[in-house]
Design a protein around this ligand. Structure first.
Ligand code: PMP
Length: 431
């Protein structure tokens, strides 16, 4: 496949934009490097790159694009919003309409606030939890990603109940001291951490269904115990549903698992592809937020009419009957097809799937936590990724990411993808 124009553009980008990209994983860091393909048009399930090659897209922009690219209903809502002026700095009725729509799908949200990214949403839930409890520390789970604010870019310390260490330069050790990281899907280390630091813990933060070390579902009873143990010590439970809100159902992961957190952070899908974040929760907690309460959070772009209009339009598409069945049905075909081909080529894979999202791990063991995901074959994934891309299948460039299906994908897309999988596996085994 000829990607000369992408190569030229990437060289130029490297001169002007740090690392050539505006978000690190786009530089194919997780797959041994290479030239990122520059797309010029997205339509439905397909991309066209700057050299006019066509791809089936399973990246879904890392999650937000669940209705396919340039969905006509969303595009028309964005056009109308643009024609009416994109930013006012005053309230608009779109904010009310959208808040009511999200609340009616996610019952634990008494009150919400719109922000501009998932990072902002999670960062603010932590501030509000600290304001509400008067405590400083948080507990999170290893491998869960919660954006790039200081507190959540902290790695685990030497043991499950020890304090964290910064995961990025520029984060003071004093901030990492407020973060404890424990393994997902295991109760004993969480118990130990709560025993040791319980009366200092403002919140336990978790992706209720993980998307950031691949798709990993909670074990039976895990989230119930997270709630019970955290509440026993007087802390709050925050669900990071930036990926999961409206991904698997018209609602959120908490509706699926039947456990309600005290606060929820959202983003991605709810913006219909435009920048957005939102957080919400119980009324007595949310009333900590300015102008009602002492916890400050603001935003020039927050609740902007274009993001609101795109979000409302996206949810209007998603609330139609059959949408999530379609995603689940195609997801099941993909899962079955990949598993069959892997087995016939003798390549061990483990596929974690929920609805229209799945992760293919190159390993023969189940993946239930971050350690399991880390302990999978990254080199095999890298050759799989590059070979699939060469065949016109655009995947996320990391072994820790998910494939995201959209309402625009078709059975024909799956058939073409499985052919590419088959010949990629044949190349990988040297057949
Ligand atoms: N939380 C989760 C679960 C995420 O997956 C992400 C982004 N991948 C974020 C938060 C941060 O969102 P954003 O990139 O919009 O800041």
């Amino acid at each position: 496949m000829n990607i000369h124009t992408s190569e030229t553009l990437f060289k130029e980008a490297e001169e002007h934009i740090v690392g050539g990209v505006n978000s690190p994983s786009r530089a194919y860091k997780g797959v041994g490097g290479g030239t990122p393909v520059y797309m010029k048009k997205g339509e439905g399930s397909r991309f066209i790159d700057v050299d006019d090659n066509e791809y089936i897209d399973f990246l879904g922009a890392y999650g937000p694009i669940i209705t396919g690219h340039a969905h006509p209903h969303i595009t028309s809502a964005i056009k109308t919003a643009a024609e009416n002026g994109v930013l006012y700095g005053t309230p608009t009725s779109l904010e009310n309409e959208f808040a009511k729509k999200i609340k009616s799908a996610i019952p634990s949200l008494d009150k919400v606030r719109f922000v501009n990214s998932g990072t902002e949403a999670v960062m603010t839930t932590i501030r509000v939890a600290r304001a509400y409890t008067g405590r400083n520390k948080i507990i999170k789970f290893s491998g869960c990603y919660h954006g790039h604010s200081d507190l959540v870019l902290v790695a685990a310390g030497s043991g499950p109940a020890t304090l964290g260490t910064p995961d990025s330069a520029g984060i003071p050790a004093s901030i990492a001291e407020d973060v404890i990281t424990v393994p997902f899907n295991e109760i004993a280390p969480l118990k130990e951490a709560l025993k040791r630091f319980g009366d200092e813990i403002a919140a336990v933060l978790v992706e209720p269904i993980v998307g950031n070390f691949g798709i990993v579902t909670p074990k039976e009873g895990f989230l119930e115990q997270v709630n019970d143990l955290t509440h026993e010590t007087g802390g709050l439970v925050i669900y990071d549903e930036v990926i999961t809100a409206f991904r698997f159902n018209y609602g959120s992961a908490q509706n699926l698992v039947g456990v309600e957190p005290d606060m929820t952070a959202m983003g991605k899908i709810i913006g219909g592809g435009l920048p957005i974040g939102a957080y919400g929760g119980r009324v007595d907690i949310m009333e900590q937020v300015a102008p009602l309460g002492p916890a400050y959070q603001a935003g020039t772009m927050a609740g902007n009419p274009a993001s609101m209009a795109a979000g409302i339009a996206c949810l209007e598409v998603l609330e139609k009957p059959g949408v999530y069945d379609h995603l689940d049905n195609l997801g099941a075909q993909l899962e079955k097809g990949i598993a069959e081909r892997a087995s016939s080529h003798g390549i061990p894979v483990q596929i974690n799937r929920l609805g229209g999202a799945l992760t293919v791990y190159f390993t023969d063991h189940p993946v239930e936590n971050y350690e399991d995901a880390e302990n999978t074959d990254g080199e095999k994934f890298a050759s799989f990724f590059h070979s699939m891309l060469e065949k016109g299948i655009n995947l996320a460039p990391s072994k820790f990411e998910a494939w995201f299906l959209t309402t625009a994908h078709t059975e024909e897309d799956i058939r073409i993808t499985l052919e590419a999988v088959d010949s990629t596996f044949a190349e990988m085994t040297g057949e």
